[in-house]
Design a protein around this ligand. Structure first.
Ligand code: PLP
Length: 489
């Protein structure tokens, strides 16, 4: 998330290592680090410590964490109760082979989340990431149909502008252009087709009401089911509030009710991916709970905020329909991971759930979310390059455009998103970048996903730093566009 320019801006010596063109010349020090960082020509800044809503780098630079990494550190950094819970767990057991055994802490976490079988969800499979959770959900869906005697169901329908993770299964149902590009001819499943995203800013027609738009999207899904053959579809996969790809896009009223009815009609499972938008971030524990009566998932995935960043954590929650299906057959889920339901991860996640409840933090997401929406709109909402502000709770996306009237995006070479990220970072604010918003290649947005328990003063500070940084970037970009025009002549 920290770009090369950021590194220079904060003054840390970030010597770019030149890649030798001479193959096999091992004398040249190509790399100052043995860690395979994503960039092979620069080394990211080093985080020295993190506490509450702040992250401190080894060069002394400190930033207010307005995106909690990637919407992960939902209760902020360094919570003493979570630390104590993990330490206590360490004195009991860290590792046991949870394919064969269970632990009290895994049972307690599952009970905590699924007490009373909310929305018919009755079992939790704990893994170590959102991607693992998505792959697990896909395998559960497939095995469900094998067990109930419908092995002809092999297809998946997903949505454009979606991100579901980077493992092979999860990436196959994603439509993040950049993250798929190198792998699309080799490591991507081909039994997946796509329907439109719920992207009102670019998708809803001028003459359409919200309900019309919703009905049109549901109709498109029905047509896709018909095209693929509704008795051959395993599942429809969707993020209730979109995350990294298009930036907090929300569904129009009635959409998920229509989706649920269609899935029920054809016996297709509904897999909701709440890895980013779940765990309270939108103001309800599950984001789908705001989509109207009758909406529930057959499988739902959690990740990111579930462990709050204190330990790697992800989960699939299964509806009793799916569990009964497996029970009607072999009663054995053919899937496991060495680190599934790891005791320390479960202890961390359980402690995070307790903090959420003790401090009423899901409700705070709703109330502070309303404040944040107003604050964003009143400070930068009418600005020249701000095209759209959207989201729910403490999960907001700001899409930038070159022209508010035509919604034309900036050229990627202008690096609008990165200018925003660099400028906010320089001023002491961390936000989450997104590019390719409009069509997978062009388009810019940033995400705001603060800790649920950031103080009122910290929220004010986020808005102040964000709008100041935006002002600087706006001036820079105006100049760059003028310079670009004169170069064209
Ligand atoms: C981040 C994300 C994932 C993948 O989670 P990882 O923990 O990075 O594997 C899946 N789905 C959504 C919606 C996400 O935002």
């Amino acid at each position: 998330m920290v770009s090369n320019t950021q590194a220079q801006m904060v003054g840390e010596a970030q010597e770019e290592k030149k890649i030798s063109s001479v193959n096999g010349n091992f004398d040249i020090d190509l790399d100052a680090s043995h860690v395979l960082h994503n960039s092979l020509v620069s080394i990211p800044l080093t985080v020295a410590s993190a506490s509450g809503s702040y992250v401190t780098f080894s060069n002394g630079h400190r930033v207010l964490d307005a995106c909690t990494g990637a919407a992960v550190a939902i209760i902020g950094h360094g919570d003493p109760d979570v630390q104590a819970a993990i330490q206590e767990q360490m004195t009991k057991v860290c590792y046991t082979h949870t394919v064969a055994f269970t632990t009290p802490v895994a049972e307690a976490l599952a009970n905590d989340i699924l007490e009373g079988n909310p929305h018919g969800l009755c079992r939790a499979f704990f893994v170590s990431s959102g991607s693992e959770a998505m792959d697990t959900a896909l395998k559960l869906a497939r095995q469900f149909y094998v067990e109930i005697g419908q092995p002809q169901r092999r297809s998946l329908v997903a949505r454009q502008r979606a991100y579901h993770g980077n493992t092979v299964g999860a990436l196959s149902v994603s439509s993040h252009v950049a993250r798929r590009a190198p792998f699309k001819d080799a490591l991507i499943l081909t039994n997946v087709s796509y329907v439109s995203a719920t992207y009102a800013y670019r998708g809803q027609l001028e003459e359409e009401t919200e309900e019309d738009y919703s009905a049109r999207l549901v109709k498109e899904l029905n047509e896709e089911f018909q095209a693929v053959g509704p008795t051959t579809v395993m599942a429809f996969v969707a993020e209730p509030v979109g995350g990294a790809t298009a930036g907090c896009i929300t569904a129009p009223r009635g959409y998920y009710q229509g989706v649920r009815q269609l899935c029920d009609k054809y016996g297709i499972l509904l897999i909701l991916d709440e890895v980013m938008c779940g765990s309270g971030r939108t103001g309800t524990y599950f984001a789908f709970e705001q989509e109207g009566p009758g909406v529930y998932p057959d499988l739902i995935t959690l990740g990111k905020g579930l462990g709050g960043g204190y330990a790697p954590m992800g989960a699939v929650l299964a509806h009793k329909k799916v569990i009964r299906g497996l029970q009607s057959g072999t009663s054995y889920f053919v899937h496991s991971h060495t680190y599934q339901a790891h005791a320390l991860s479960c202890a961390a996640a359980l402690a995070v759930q307790k903090v959420l409840r003790r401090d009423g933090l899901v409700a705070r997401c709703a109330t502070k979310g309303r404040w944040l929406e107003k604050a964003l709109n009143s400070t930068i909402g009418e600005c020249k390059y701000v095209g759209n502000i959207r989201g729910k709770g403490l999960f907001w996306g700001i899409e930038f455009v070159k022209d508010r009237a035509t919604k034309e995006p900036f050229e990627p070479a202008l690096r609008f998103t990165w200018r925003m990220v660099d400028e906010t970072f320089r001023r002491g604010l961390s936000i989450y970048p997104g590019a390719g918003t409009a069509d997978g290649i062009r388009g810019d947005h940033v995400l705001i996903a603060p800790p649920y328990n950031a103080s009122d003063e910290e929220f004010e500070e986020m808005i102040r730093l964000l709008s100041e940084a935006y002002g600087t970037v706006e001036r820079e970009v105006e100049l760059a566009l003028v310079a670009g025009k004169s170069n064209d002549r």
